[in-house]
Design a binder for this molecule. Structure first.
Ligand SMILES: Nc1ncnc2c1ncn2[C@@H]1O[C@H](COP(=O)(O)OP(=O)(O)OP(=O)(O)O)[C@@H](O)[C@H]1O
Length: 383
């Protein structure tokens, strides 16, 4: 990109019928934020507020120093609502939305022409961009003669050729098949990073966040429930949604002197190693079972996290702490073994080696005993 990257700062409240979105988020210049969350949590609404397609009830959207949206509360400053086409914001969704009667090159050049570039330079830049996205030689083809993945490459070229200050990606890979999606994800990551474009990506796929984003924000019912660098949030999730996204177990708990009370019983967290996690990291070595954590008081709500590989399953009650009875929902393949889903709210996961999963004691609908190694039980304050 030719101009220096700028950051995005948004603090908005949006009322849509009974739904309220209330978030404050920023994205540093040149970095990528992934917004994830369950259905109807407000992800698209947030993106549309940034794009200028939805007007907040109150709040501000800034890109760099420029105010794009400003609404109440009533004060001396006038409301601002810059039209979507004048925001310098690009939008790439799951549908490439190409003009069917224009060639790939003309589709990419169209946006540049609309922004005032002369025909010759616009076509030249369009050709360069088609090369960058791996479409050398197909510039003369119309969208109907391109595969879905190729069409999305054209859409990426069109979005980035315009050098947007901010790029919004709304489920950009959702419509692609299993072969194209990883290639396009990689291409997007390379091009967004290569151009230093500030971006916000909404996705249901954790891989999109991991590959594309530096930061992740988790929305639930219109509120921000987790926020941080991807590496921190995904390694120590604090909400059921994020835990399910990354495939780890998470239970709500309440801690007292006897242990942590959860839906599967009272769980023990071993000395030291199961101490409350410091913000953004693993357990604090050497700290006594969470007691040193100032934000995890006795009687306080907490979340209990353990990896599926820390759960053992038995046909009969095993010795030792942290054993509980559960019903097998189903078995599925997992890397190097078998993943067992245990019924419950939330569902728990156990990863077994193939030899441990032999025998008819382990079948869907059957009752089994589970045991979690206390050393693998991590506690964190409830979000
Ligand atoms: N135009 C609208 N008018 C009224 N309510 C709306 C409108 N658009 C969305 N909503 C409501 O706002 C809430 C948030 O919707 P939004 O599409 O932002 O969620 P989302 O997290 O993007 O969901 P999904 O993952 O299903 O796409 C929902 O309850 C939805 O019904």
């Amino acid at each position: 990109m030719t101009s220096p990257a700028v950051g995005v700062a948004a603090a908005v409240r949006v009322q849509r019928g009974h739904f309220t979105l209330d978030v404050e988020l920023d994205v540093p210049a040149g970095e990528v934020l992934a917004v994830v969350g369950p259905n109807a949590s407000g992800k698209s609404t947030f993106l549309h507020v940034l794009a200028g397609l939805v007007r907040p009830s109150v709040g501000t959207v800034r890109v760099g120093e420029r105010v794009l949206t400003r609404r109440g509360p009533r004060g001396p400053q006038l409301d601002v609502m810059v039209a979507p086409e004048h925001r310098g914001i690009g939008l790439l969704g799951q549908d490439p939305l190409l003009f069917p009667h224009l060639s790939a090159t003309e589709n990419v050049a169209f946006g540049l022409r609309s922004a005032g570039m002369r025909a010759g330079p616009a076509r030249e830049r369009a050709r360069d961009w088609l090369t960058r996205v791996g479409l050398d030689g197909v510039g003369d083809r119309r969208p109907g003669a391109l595969s879905g993945g190729q069409q999305q490459r054209v859409a990426i070229a069109r979005a980035l050729a315009a050098e947007p200050a901010v790029l919004l990606l709304d489920e950009p890979l959702a419509a692609l098949d299993a072969t194209s999606a990883p290639q396009i994800r990689q291409l997007l990551a390379e091009q967004v990073r290569g151009t230093g474009t500030t971006a916000v990506v909404v996705s249901h796929d954790v891989l999109d966040a991991v590959v594309l984003a530096d930061h992740v924000a988790v929305l639930r019912d219109g509120e921000l429930v987790e926020r941080g660098r991807c590496v921190d949030v995904f390694s120590a999730p604090r909400t059921a949604f994020t835990a399910a996204l990354v495939g780890t177990n998470l239970l709500a708990g309440r801690r007292d002197g006897s242990g942590v009370h959860t839906s599967v019983g009272v769980l023990e967290a071993a000395d030291g190693r199961a101490a409350a996690d410091p913000p953004g990291g693993g357990p604090s070595p050497g700290a006594p079972a969470g007691r040193s954590a100032p934000d995890l008081p006795d009687g306080g709500a907490c979340v209990v996290r353990f990896r599926p590989s820390a759960v053992e399953l038995f046909a009969a009650r095993p010795d030792g702490p942290n054993a509980f009875e559960a019903t097998v929902r189903w078995l599925e393949p997992a890397t190097g073994g078998v993943r067992v889903r245990l019924a419950g709210a939330p569902e728990l996961l156990a990863d077994l080696e193939p030899a441990q999963a032999q025998g008819d004691w382990l079948r869907p609908g059957g009752r089994v005993w589970a045991r979690v190694d206390p050393a693998a039980v991590h506690l964190a304050p409830a979000p």
